[in-house]
Design a protein around this ligand. Structure first.
Ligand code: GAR
Length: 197
């Protein structure tokens, strides 16, 4: 059984998609052992508690330095004996020591077709604002392994989504979630849990 930890910062709809996929058998051989948020107000923590999963808040603001926060994050993750760490809308930079220790065991979901609209400054709604501003007709989502760069690790899965003429950033964000993110993130976890990648 793959021991999965999910790191979140916000609403946690991708976390929910993972939990649902485990419940309905679309993900096999995996279970979520812990959900960790940097933000005490993240609704994702409620979703974890509702599912009987330990919900841990580690806010950088409550630590004397970023190094102390990084140590606490790594200690917490080590403590759960995780095989896979899933960044599901986690808006904190992953410390290099953690990337080194968990190489090829950290995956991230990004709401565009990498290499478009990714890297520094591209997160959440900003990604969709940029896609609309550029006038692309196709966007989508990407699941990739996390390396030392920003959104630069090896790509696992991508799924394309059409942009519609009347789209606002929020409308597009919702469509990308429904038609891509909530599908490919559980799919990638299933593949890893079953030795397919
Ligand atoms: C998702 O759209 C995810 O792709 C994005 O944050 C959102 C979190 O939503 N992540 C990034 O932009 C990372 N660069 P959720 O909390 O409802 O899953």
């Amino acid at each position: 059984m793959l021991r999965v930890g999910v790191l979140v910062s916000g609403g946690g709809t991708n976390l929910q998609a993972i939990l649902d996929a485990i419940d309905n058998g679309k993900i096999t051989n995996a279970q979520v052992e812990v959900v960790i948020s940097n933000n005490a107000g993240a609704y994702a923590l409620e979703r974890a508690k509702n599912h009987g999963i330990p919900a841990v808040c580690l806010s950088p603001k409550t630590f004397e330095s970023r190094d102390r926060f990084n140590e606490a994050l790594l200690d917490t993750i080590d403590g759960y004996g995780l095989d896979l760490i899933v960044l599901a809308g986690f808006l904190v930079t992953i410390p290099p020591a953690m990337i080194q220790k968990y190489r090829n065991r950290i995956i991230n979901i990004h709401p565009s077709l990498i290499p478009s609209f990714c890297g520094v400054g591209y997160y959440g709604l900003k990604v969709h604002e940029a896609a609309l501003a550029r006038g692309v007709k196709i966007t989508g989502a990407t699941v990739h392994f996390v390396d030392e760069g920003m959104d630069s690790g090896p790509i696992i899965l991508q799924k394309a989504v059409e942009v519609q003429p009347e789209d606002t950033p929020k409308v597009l964000q919702q469509r990308v979630m429904e038609q891509a993110e909530w599908i490919i993130l559980p799919q990638a976890i299933h593949m890893i849990a079953n030795g397919e990648i």
